[in-house]
Design a binder for this molecule. Structure first.
Ligand code: DSN
Length: 419
């Protein structure tokens, strides 16, 4: 029996979502289209088994094939990122970060990370997350002075200042909305100076690192966490990496039994498949194209009068400040208009933000998913034109309808391969 026969309601919603993905341009910087093979592993019978523990050390019988699968995932992750130890069990990036915090800190301990409004993540010390409730984050910032050529880049003076003042035991780098290359070596020099461990959350750039389009976090960082579904294009999940045997043992304990129960073995198999894809030469081509596409998007929008955080991008994403083009247009409204025309993106705060995080003056956009569909620079230039017409439409329905037709034509030209 098929799902369509046994549960037509859910089957119908999946079918509708497939059409939605096919007929829209996915520009949320943290999303991608996983391969059919990744989804095949994720949708397999491996979901049936409990396998608490680690390869060779399980609590339940019948885990022989699961040991092999998990070990392959671990080995491929280590090969992909050039490190010695991997825990492939975190259910998400947030779970990976929580496990690292559980392993390293006692309640009330201090760690340094970027301010959330400057491109960080909830798990990097937000007051509404356990990392901010139980720990004491101290924060550094981006360069705020717009007369400087490095405006919008990491302000390493503020990194050094926060380390000097608070002497936290961990310095975190890695961001959710930072369009520039992360200088891991520079961070390590500061961490070493203040006897801190360096932890990179590479969730956004993991695929670029795997494909050689962004410098590697190793050997500079002692701790690396990531998601597996963004630029890395795997199943939704998390990963912890290190070169340090002692730390790896602590992380393993913190994942299980510290914070998770049975591993999602179907997802771990899908991670193994994705890491295998990441090791192929085609993934290098893909990662380079993601960056080339983002750079072209940045150029086209700057040429049309938009202000971009840090004035451009080195990676897969851009942050558009809408204020110079339309002082009244909020990120929230712009995202609604974009969705109306079939372009999916999210509102985002921008440097020197004047609005609340629920309205914002900016939009974050990325190119990982479009690149998976096969779009290249000239296609991106065409999309930049549509984005510009959408933002300048003042919500005029005739203009938006025309933009939607143009989006649909692009979607039909580049069908989603994995549907
Ligand atoms: N929600 C993710 C993002 O969009 O960047 C971060 O986890």
């Amino acid at each position: 029996m098929s799902l369509a026969e046994t549960d037509p309601v859910i089957a119908d919603l999946i079918a509708k979502e497939t059409v939605r993905q096919q007929d829209t341009l996915e520009m949320i910087a943290s999303e991608n289209h996983a391969s059919h093979e990744v989804m095949e592993a994720q949708g397999s019978i491996l979901t049936n088994k409990y396998a608490e523990g680690y390869p060779g050390k399980r609590y339940y019988s019948g885990c022989g094939f699961y040991d092999e699968i998990e070990q392959i995932a671990i080995d491929r992750a280590c090969q992909l990122f050039g490190c010695k130890y991997a825990n492939v069990q975190p259910h998400s990036g947030a779970n990976a970060n929580f496990a690292v915090q559980l392993a390293l800190f006692n309640p009330g301990d201090t760690f340094a990370a970027i301010e959330l409004s400057n491109g960080g993540h909830l798990t990097h010390g937000s007051a509404v997350n356990v990392s901010g409730k139980w720990l004491k984050p101290v924060t550094y910032r981006l360069v705020e002075d717009e007369s400087r050529s490095d405006w919008g880049y990491i302000d390493f003076d503020s990194v050094e200042a926060v380390m000097k003042e608070h002497r936290p035991k961990v310095l975190m780098c890695g961001y959710s909305a930072y369009p520039r290359t992360i200088d891991f070596a520079k961070f390590r020099a500061i961490a070493d100076k203040y006897d801190a461990l360096l932890w990179a959350d590479i969730a956004h750039v993991a695929g670029l690192i795997a494909g050689g389009a962004h410098p590697n976090a190793f050997p500079h960082c002692q701790i690396v966490t990531t998601t597996t579904h963004k630029t890395l294009r795997g199943p939704r999940g998390g990963l912890i990496l290190t070169d340090d045997e002692e730390l790896s043992k602590r992380f393993n304990k913190a994942v299980f039994p510290g914070s998770q129960g049975g591993p999602l073995m179907h997802v771990i198999a899908a991670k193994a498949v994705a890491f295998g894809e990441g090791l192929k030469p085609e993934f290098k081509t893909y990662s380079a194209q993601v960056v080339a596409n983002a750079k072209r998007l940045a150029k086209e929008l700057i040429d049309r009068g938009y202000k971009l955080a840090s004035r451009g991008t080195d990676n897969h994403l851009i942050l558009i400040d809408l204020r110079p083009v339309d002082a009244e247009l909020t990120g929230k409204t712009a995202a609604v208009w974009l969705e109306q025309v079939g372009i999916i993106a999210n509102m985002n705060t921008v440097p020197n933000e004047t609005r609340s995080p629920f309205q914002t003056s900016g939009i974050r956009m990325g190119t990982p998913a479009l690149t998976t569909r096969g779009l290249k620079e000239n296609d991106i230039a065409q999309i930049a034109g549509i984005i510009d017409r959408t933002f300048r439409s003042k919500g005029d329905q005739t203009t938006l309808a025309k933009c939607k037709q143009d989006v649909l034509a692009i979607c039909q030209k580049f069908p989603m391969k994995h549907a």
